[in-house]
Design a protein around this ligand. Sequence first.
Ligand SMILES: *Cc1c(COP(=O)(O)O)cnc(C)c1O
Length: 391
Amino acid sequence: MDPTDATRTVHTPVPEEGPSAPLGTPLHLDHTFAFPTAEAMAGAFGDPDGPYLYGRYSNPTVRTLEAALAELGHGTAATAYASGMGAINAVLTALVGGGDHIIAQRALYGGTHALLSDLERRWGVQVDRVSGTDPEEVRALLRPTTRLLYLETIANPTTRVSDVPALAAVAREAGAVTAVDNTFASPLLFRPLDHGADISLHSTSKYLSGHGDAVGGAAVFADAGLHRRVWEHGLELGACASPFNAWLTLRGLKTLALRMPRHSATALEVARRLAGHPAVRSVAHPDLPDHPDRVLASRLLVSGGGVLSFDLHGGRAAGAAFTEALRTARLAPSLGDVRTLAMAPASTSHHRLSAGELEAAGIGEGTVRIAVGIEDPGDVWKDVEQALGAV
Ligand SMILES: *Cc1c(COP(=O)(O)O)cnc(C)c1O
């Protein structure tokens, strides 16, 4: 058979593998995979570890990221998603249905908080909220329908640390799954699966990719059966990871072990200096000696991470003035970036909330969150100091 140009231009040659191999992860954009036999293709449906079939099921570049994250998180398997919210949505809606009960930490990422409220209001899921540090509080709320305990390792923006091992043990006794959003810590500072959790969740948009250029999420599972359940549900949800973003995340991952200690050390240094400044009412970072969860943090976390928050005398106006006066750091949402990012929730993300509502969310009128980057630590502090002068 001698094909014509119209066929030749479609079926261009695919390079053969030679004796040498690329060092990096190849970027496979393909979402459709061809099989030698119908039987081989039939076998690929419904198996997260089976042959590649279609991009929403898996893809070689995405699966490489999943293998890396499973290994890094001490899990048996992982699924990558289009975003952190995609991962959280997949886990919550795979494991919980109408009439089921969730016990969740009170201070949660805004998107997760909104999703839980939605599940409660429109889908008949019951949700109880807890502090995240008291196992007896969890025990008292358990019901026969409790399916899930949902925690965050380090809460935003308070930097409170949750007692994952104690709380997960209570949930396990009751047959409930524990899922922990570990975005703020990354697997290098804390591995939820080593402490009794069943699922570790990440917005890979943050520290794992590290450069603010790839939205993505991941769920790492201790148990293969649970992985399969959530993966299958994810096929319906459709929040699959993009191969290019998986490739960027793998690239970012290579420097994670250099970045995390730097983020933590600079954040602690800035927090220490802030604590002595007259414009500052209070400072929170898990490595500060007067942090309310200091003992827990030193037992569980390698270090406290790159996010700190502080309260300015002078309320909303002071918070806005401070973030607008920053020069090296940028007024921006997000965290886990190589660049220092800062925002004052009361005048930005939470500007509609009253003083009372802010307080209930653990946010002060003059609270500023800084997600410290990997710039020169002295330059980061000088910038913060000059911005405090503008308040
Ligand atoms: C950013 C973030 C998310 C959501 O992740 P996206 O990738 O933006 O969807 C969830 N949890 C935490 C703790 C986050 O910081």
